[in-house]
Design a protein around this ligand. Structure first.
Ligand SMILES: [Zn+2]
Length: 166
């Protein structure tokens, strides 16, 4: 099977290889049109220092290079850690509990879903769908205890829905 072009939304075959970064360790696979677009940018960037490339990227993304670099780096590192924890099922729940006050039943419900209290409603939905799929009696591989777990998750989600959607 031929890989599809890595450009979002493009269905053509990804037959052209383009380096993802200056160390040339990783590659995109683009169709001819998107490879040529990419190469224009690549050539443009290849004369710049990594700092200049970053400043340019920030300018295009945020409208201006970021002034507080340390904070921006810390924020993105925190976010990456959070996503990592989220995906591996660990959460920073205990570290953040003291920073924000929520009703105790909301805190318990978030604990059932293994989510930090800083979570947004949208991310609660994502985690819920993940867990519901995992523990749904019809789809779960380990049949034992899954319906109890499934009921617990549903109850927690309902509690959170009332609180976050009001
Ligand atoms: Zn393409």
């Amino acid at each position: 099977m031929i890989k599809k072009c890595d450009h979002t939304g493009c269905d053509k075959a990804g037959t052209c290889r383009a380096p993802k970064s200056r160390d040339l360790k990783d590659y995109w696979f683009f169709c001819q049109d998107h490879a040529s677009d990419y190469n224009k940018n690549w050539n443009f960037y290849s004369n710049m220092t990594p700092e200049e490339i970053e400043a340019d990227w920030e300018k295009q993304t945020f409208g201006a290079p970021l002034k507080d670099k340390e904070k921006a780096n810390k924020d993105s590192a925190d976010y990456a850690n959070f996503i990592n924890d989220f995906l591996t099922g660990r959460s920073k729940f205990d570290n953040v509990t003291s920073k924000k006050s929520l009703p105790s039943k909301i805190i318990s419900a978030l604990k059932v879903l293994d989510l930090p209290i800083t979570i947004t409603w949208r991310d609660i939905g994502t985690k819920y769908r993940m867990l519901a799929k995992k523990y749904h009696p019809d789809t779960s591989k380990q049949k034992k205890n899954t319906s109890t777990e499934f009921a617990k998750i549903n109850e927690a989600y309902k509690t959170l829905e009332i609180y976050y959607k009001k």
